[in-house]
Ligand binder design. Structure first.
Ligand code: B1M
Length: 214
């Protein structure tokens, strides 16, 4: 098996130590960082996402794989040179809405999006609407991802959309919403562009909105 296939398999297994060692070895052997990311990590997260969708694995396994991927990314990212830029799918500003401290699912969404090749600007949890608006102005992302785990904080998503409209930024960004109490119906009601029930569906949704086929 090639070193890239080994990285992919180790990431799927969530074998963090092996991913780190293999990533160091790949760098030492002069492999292209973009190849390590695309054919190793991103390919692995594609498999993990599919297995999650089929119910073959669950959130803990997905988190372990995502953490292994992040450890590997930490090794190879410093070796990215100016002329070797990772193929970026999209930039996504992500955060949990104001009043809400739940961030495990949002972090998982962020990791899966990174695994799919997105640049993720994570604003954290308990994020005020104004902070989302400022981040959209500053980072000019293609997507804004809002997470909410509480029925009491869900209305905060609508407020973010209103504030984007007031700042004349709504047309510049597609808004994706998710979190346990959030539904497609709610997303439609507040005028969001997309809803995803879990992290791998979030990746699919972003690809769908970009018009990128699998
Ligand atoms: Co809280 N909590 N909690 N809690 N907590 C829930 C959400 C709750 C359902 C538990 C219950 O009563 N059964 C309930 C909410 C009830 C409701 O509103 N309907 C609840 C409550 C009431 C509270 C407090 C109010 C409790 C209290 O203090 N009295 C309090 C609120 C604090 C606050 O936020 N202001 C509170 C606090 C906490 C902890 C801090 C202790 C902790 C959070 C730690 C953390 O996140 N760092 C916590 C936890 C862990 C939970 C449960 C047990 C687990 C949540 C979780 O991480 N799930 C939760 C019960 C449950 O969900 N079974 C509960 C795993 C995670 C991977 O899934 O977050 O759903 P999830 O994310 C999924 C999808 O939803 C989706 O993809 C993810 C991955 O597949 N998704 C997106 C999420 N964001 C997305 C964004 C997208 C797309 C998809 O696009 C942008």
């Amino acid at each position: 098996m090639s070193i890239l296939e080994n990285i992919k398999e180790a990431t799927i297994r969530g074998d963090r130590d092996n991913v780190v060692e293999l990533s160091k070895k790949a760098i030492a052997e002069g492999l292209k960082v973009d190849d390590i990311i695309q054919k190793g990590f991103i390919a692995a997260m594609g498999v993990v996402g599919d297995r999650f969708k089929k119910g073959e694995i669950f959130v803990p396994e997905m988190l372990i794989a995502a953490r292994a991927m992040q450890a590997g990314l930490g090794i190879v990212k410093p070796y990215l040179t100016g002329d070797e830029k990772v193929t970026e799918l999209a930039t996504v500003v992500l955060g949990t809405v104001k009043g809400d401290l739940h961030d495990i699912g949002k972090n998982l969404v962020g990791m899966m999006l990174e695994g799919a090749g997105c640049v993720v600007v994570d604003l954290g949890n308990n994020v005020a609407p104004e902070k989302f608006v400022n981040a959209v102005r500053e980072h000019k992302p293609q997507f804004l991802g809002l997470s909410s785990l509480l029925t009491t904080t869900m209305p905060g998503m609508r407020i973010v959309l209103e504030k984007l409209e007031e700042a004349s930024l709504r047309q510049q960004v597609k808004v994706l919403v998710g979190g346990a109490p959030v539904t497609q119906k709610f997303a439609d009601e507040i005028g969001a562009d997309g809803y995803a029930s879990n992290a791998s569906v979030a990746v699919d949704k972003i690809k769908e909105l970009l018009g990128v086929s699998e």
